[in-house]
Design a protein. Structure first.
Length: 95
């Protein structure tokens, strides 16, 4: 069982979904839509094929986020504003 807290991001490529945890990658067949419904509010869809865990976001740039493990994830234009809003809310909760 994968703990949500340890998930950095989830990526969908073709019909496979990959869950990235510290140093490991798990292959599944679930849809991103089904995962986003099951995950906590710390997870945000940022592109058609990606979900990121806000706990591991270091930098948000126009068009991408950089995670604490130095992986750069694309951010689609339709997701950018929502990502920023949810990230700011996430940071406010942590204070």
């Amino acid at each position: 069982m994968i703990q949500q807290r340890g998930i950095y991001y989830i990526e969908r490529i073709d019909r496979k979904t990959y869950i990235y945890v510290e140093g490991e990658k798990y292959e599944t067949y679930g849809s991103l839509s089904s995962y986003i419904k099951e995950l906590s509010e710390d997870f945000v869809r940022c592109y058609g094929g990606y979900i990121v865990n806000l706990r591991y976001v270091d930098v948000i740039e126009k068009g991408s986020v950089i995670l604490s493990n130095k992986v750069r994830i694309p951010v689609g234009g339709t997701y950018q504003d929502n990502l920023m809003k949810l990230y700011m809310r996430f940071l406010a909760k942590r204070m």
